[in-house]
Design a protein around this ligand. Structure first.
Ligand code: JFT
Length: 238
């Protein structure tokens, strides 16, 4: 899997070099390039924004630096024979869900994603329009809240996709049991989890988990997951 990320704050994406995704980078399971959008400007002030046509508050990202950045990335494919998908985080996009993460991760070796992180009031709409003539474009939102730009959304999406790639989670870590992955319809929260010590500040671990009866434990976890889902996320139930 290969990720190119364009942003005026590429340092914002540096944490991807830590932890699980960082290890996958070190292991060569994924590739990552961070691009500074301002490197594709030509004026002294490296301007990336301008006032909106039609008036209104704030600024809009100019299309030219985006066009040049995308041209440069397309001219430098990470491997021969790949077509990238351009992912544009936007509050107006289709919702990015676990299903989306699964679909994107299924591309694994052949996967190449370019993430366009904008700021201000957004990117001039002609950038997506132009890109649609050249590659698949996915306009997505990670949820119904307002962020100041696309960077944190891209961190979320890359972490969600990368952990599903073959070889990224080590032995002992499983993706099959996670929240939003258990239950016939794929939507059930995880039950509570415990580790040692068996008693902590007067609180004990449920006896059944200590019992070693794996059939009972499986049934108990399932029931706890059902209860928690009903209590916390009734919207997930049919
Ligand atoms: C917000 C965003 C996502 C996602 C991209 C760009 C500019 C600021 C903004 C805020 C409200 C209205 C622009 C972005 C998001 C989310 C993504 C941008 N802004 N217009 N906000 N919330 N879930 N993905 Cl570019």
């Amino acid at each position: 899997m290969f990720y190119d990320i364009v942003s005026i704050f590429p340092e914002y994406l540096e944490p991807l070099k830590l932890s699980l995704v960082g290890k996958a980078l070190d292991d060569g399971l994924i590739g990552l390039r961070l691009w500074q959008l301002r490197d594709f400007t030509h004026d002294r002030h490296r301007t990336v924004d301008d006032t909106p046509y039609g008036g209104g508050p704030g600024m809009v990202m100019k299309p030219e630096p985006w066009g040049e950045a995308l041209d440069a990335i397309l001219a430098a494919p990470p491997a021969p024979g790949l077509t990238p998908t351009l992912v544009v985080p936007t509050p107006n996009g289709r919702r990015f869900t676990q299903r989306t993460a699964e679909e994107w991760s299924a591309r694994a070796e052949q996967g190449w994603f370019i993430f366009a992180c904008g700021r201000y009031e957004g990117i001039d709409s002609r950038v997506s329009e132009w890109a649609r003539g050249v590659m698949p474009v996915e306009e997505v939102s990670i949820g119904d809240y307002v962020l100041p730009g696309g960077e944190s959304a891209v961190l979320v999406m890359i972490e969600a996709v990368s952990r599903l790639l073959p070889g990224v989670l080590g032995n002992g870590e499983s993706v099959t049991d996670d929240s939003f992955s258990i239950g016939e319809d794929g939507t059930l929260l995880e039950g509570p989890v415990f580790t040692k010590p068996p008693e902590w500040r007067g609180l004990t671990v449920p006896e059944i988990l200590v019992s070693g009866h794996h059939g009972n434990i499986r049934r108990w976890r399932r029931e706890e997951a059902e209860l928690r889902t009903q209590r916390m996320r009734p919207d997930l139930r049919p």
